[in-house]
Design a protein around this ligand. Structure first.
Ligand SMILES: C[S@@+](CC[C@H](N)C(=O)[O-])C[C@H]1O[C@@H](n2cnc3c(N)ncnc32)[C@H](O)[C@@H]1O
Length: 266
């Protein structure tokens, strides 16, 4: 049930990269430098959990000599897109990448095997229950070697935005075939469970003709900074640090990102 609410559909996978580029002006939302640097410093096997279409995984593999670089991804549609991207990459980079089916709570990796486990662009927020979050963090710790690093990003919840919304236009862009795509999102917020259900709708038009009208949805859980610190400590990451952005600046009154950097110390 939990996974089915967060699994990315084919509709989502087919539009993920184009939407991302239109919203952020390209494949980098300011996070590539951090994850690449951590992978260089890790100097050993690297795993991205919730690797999606490989937006971060491929640049990380290309910028390092890390081997293997494992992308764990539970959605069949996203994993297929990732595998296609790996197949089209420089063969010397592709040879070091492994794509695996798995989730945060069941990582297909041996104990103590990873120098870096990271998760980019909020994949961890698809873990929807507190018990599963704890299980997920313990699972990351299990696969890290002693001295290895965990790096996760979440959004820093802004309580002023945590309410139900009517569909809002998120992005409009022109596709390769000339059609204009609009994406509209609506949110339903469950304040008790700290869940947000996001309903996506894409309309593709050429002139007045509607070519596509497609819907999909997923759920995320938002987590507050001190709650996250408690979860990390319970999972055995006693030294975890939480930053406010990819430049590792402090959390401030203006909510941005929550970047967790933690070490497996024993
Ligand atoms: C916002 S995308 C991020 C993809 C990629 N990391 C990036 O930065 O572009 C979130 C990804 O998390 C995956 N996901 C959903 N539930 C998950 C879970 N329980 N464990 C691991 N990944 C999950 C989704 O299928 C999706 O590919």
């Amino acid at each position: 049930m939990e996974l089915s609410r967060s699994l990315y559909s084919e509709a989502m996978s087919a539009r993920y990269d184009a939407d991302f580029d239109a919203i952020f002006g390209g494949p980098d939302r300011g996070d590539l430098e951090l994850f690449t640097r951590l992978a260089v410093e890790a100097d050993g096997p690297v795993c991205e959990v919730g690797a999606g279409t490989g937006r971060v995984l491929l640049p990380v593999a290309a910028a390092t000599t890390a081997a293997p670089v494992v992308g764990v991804e539970p959605s069949d549609a996203m994993r297929e897109a990732l595998s296609a991207r790996v197949a089209a990459a420089d063969p010397r980079v592709a040879a070091r990448i492994a794509v695996r089916d798995g989730t945060f709570t069941a990582l297909p990796l041996p104990d103590g095997s990873q120098a870096l486990v990271y998760s980019a662009f909020r994949s961890f927020q698809h873990v929807l229950e507190v018990s599963s979050q704890l299980q997920a963090l313990r699972e990351c710790r299990r696969v890290l070697r002693v001295g290895g690093t965990l790096a996760i990003d979440l959004f820093d919840p802004d309580y002023r935005l945590l309410h139900d919304t009517e569909p809002e236009l998120i992005t409009r862009y022109r596709r390769g075939d000339g059609a204009v795509v609009e994406r509209w999102d609506a949110r339903r917020v469950d304040r008790v469970r700290q869940h947000v259900d996001v309903l996506f709708r894409w309309q593709a038009r050429r002139g007045r003709q509607i070519l596509e009208d497609v819907e999909s949805s997923y759920a995320i859980r938002y987590t507050f900074p001190h709650e996250l610190a408690h979860l990390l400590a319970r999972a055995g990451f006693e030294d975890a640090r939480i930053y406010g952005d990819y430049d590792l600046s402090p959390v401030t009154a203006a909510p941005r990102e929550l970047i967790v950097i933690a070490t497996r110390t024993s």
